[in-house]
Design a protein around this ligand. Sequence first.
Ligand code: CMC
Length: 392
Amino acid sequence: ADVFTYDPGFTSTASCDSTITYIDGDKGELWYRGYPIEQLAQNSNYIEVCYLLLYGELPSAEQLTDFQSRVTRHTMVHEQMHNFFRGFRRDSHPMATMVGVVGAMSAFYHDSTDIGDEWQREVAAIRLIAKLPTIAAMAYKYAIGQPFVYPDNELDYASNFLNMCFSVPAEKYHVDPALSKAMDRIFTLHADHEQNASTSTVRLAGSSGANPFACIAAGIACLWGPAHGGANQACLEMLREIGTVDRIPEYIEKAKDKDDPFRLMGFGHRVYKNFDPRAKVMKESADEVLDLLGIRNNPTLQVAKELEKIALEDEYFVSKKLYPNVDFYSGIILSAMGFPTSMFTPIFALSRTVGWIAQWKEMISDPQNKIGRPRQLYVGSDKRDYVELAKR
Ligand code: CMC
């Protein structure tokens, strides 16, 4: 019989070669195409990072303008898609709506579903990057009973998203450039993260030849779980539930208790065993954004900082190498910007779309690509004969 290596959770199985993102979990390093995340977060912007992830190099000024105009050309969604949104229950979670609507894109954009055609793959990538903010904002507007706001191509990527979320016909939202920069930085920090669960899902779905919209819908579904992208929502809800600094020890004890399934949300990572570089940038950004908005002594931020401090001095978290991850501080920023917790994971999804599609494109053009098909160790019943219903 064949012998297979048993590797639950794929902790030591590489599923592909990739040139896109590098993580050194011991050093706490993350690079996109060789560029450290800190430098990109500081000096670059999301649209440039999208280009970098997709094509491998930073764009020239001309390439950037061209890319930007290709993206803005596709920001609107087919008008008929509005009906699709309206079919959902009004109180649907925006992630539920997004899984459905993004899946439905393959029904609306037939001319970019032929994966054998390089040009169609390219158009699908641009469409996804362009339309995901529109779809996320529409999911939000629908959930709060406000009219959809069309994209505004005069605005940059992040400002346009903020405008689609917060403008109403009666009053145009004034996009503060500093807030839009903070939004853009959140997009950048989430743009790719090598072979995490949702990216592996996209690759696995794509390995069968499924169209890119279907694959990204699968990625969104996987991202939603609280152990993955859903942690940003769960983390802020946890911080609010803790409420005050004096209650932190109680939650630390709960997280350490083996008989209690509770975990500190926004803590721990499969790969980072020293620190998550994204969390560092996010923490600085949280301070900046709250300052900018004139929010002093935000109780949630206080709880977060104190919780981090206490956990990092605790033997349990130290020995298991558990540190705050990207989801620990992002919710504080998003909530200060005015987003409800239900929008945190959709924002993660729209930011990660470029990473998913870059990984998908890389896989499709790899001559080694074959359908993903893990094996198993069968531990079920031996062969046996069927028993008639009356005899059971
Ligand atoms: N709180 C308390 N204990 C924890 C935590 C936590 N947040 N995370 C891990 N542990 C413990 C866990 O109980 C286990 O203990 P033991 O070895 O005694 O059984 C040990 O640490 C190793 O944990 P694991 O679950 O085997 O590690 P993993 O690599 O499979 O899981 C993780 C990684 C991120 C799913 C996990 O740390 C976790 O559930 N964290 C909370 C959810 C979260 O913040 N997720 C966001 C991840 S980063 C962004 C993203 O991926 O979207």
